[in-house]
Design a protein around this ligand. Sequence first.
Ligand code: HEC
Length: 227
Amino acid sequence: MDDRFNTMAGWVLAAGIVALGGSIVAGEVFHSERPEKMGYPIEGVVEEGEGGGEAEKPIAFYLASADAAQGEQVFKKCAACHNADNGGANALGPNLWGVLGEPVGKGKGFAFSEALASKGGTWNWDNMSAWLKSPKSFAPGTKMTFAGLSKPEDRAAILLYLNQQSSSPQPVPAAPAEAAAPAEGEAAAAENAAEATSNGAQKAEDEPVLNNPAADPKGNGEAAPQD
Ligand code: HEC
């Protein structure tokens, strides 16, 4: 009897130790710091912010409803390092007069970083929008320590403003036609509809024409004359 009691006690003790050990391990594993970002990433869903943002339309789309005056307000975020005045001095960043249409990372005698200077091409609506969205993704290693403007509306407004700060403003692109893709579908639908009508027409032809036998044979509405 004593032996059995000891065995049972032993098992209970062992179970306790296992449970305790388990909870310590679990605590280590699961009780870690709260993650900075809560929730789970879902495949196919792009996270908001940090250069991500939801699927964006081309900048021309936002330019159509942008306002240069609002862009001047947004430009205050840049004013610590830039001015866009005609003949304005370079500061922490280069002077931005007439920058749209200028070679990327070359103008105004500014000491550009290799990252931007080696980019090539000229500034246009699209690459300038990409640059301002995230300078460090556009030109990794750039000296422009500015996080970026995540809102396409802000970028469009500032682009319009910058374009005005120029002796040769660039033409503003037209808003892209949104119906480019559905056009094909529409054509197909129209074809189907045409087919449907021609089928219908054929059906109508096949059907017997119904005459009304009770109609007045003479068509004058008069009864036959009587003597
Ligand atoms: C903290 C300072 C700083 C801020 C804020 C800043 N920039 Fe810059 N910017 C720079 C520097 C420095 C460069 C040169 C980058 C290089 O050489 O890599 C630059 C380069 C540029 C260029 C390229 C010019 C050229 O001739 O190729 C443009 C355009 C520009 N900035 C626009 C802006 C706009 C618009 C904003 C505000 C939304 C802004 N920057 C905010 C410092 C800044």
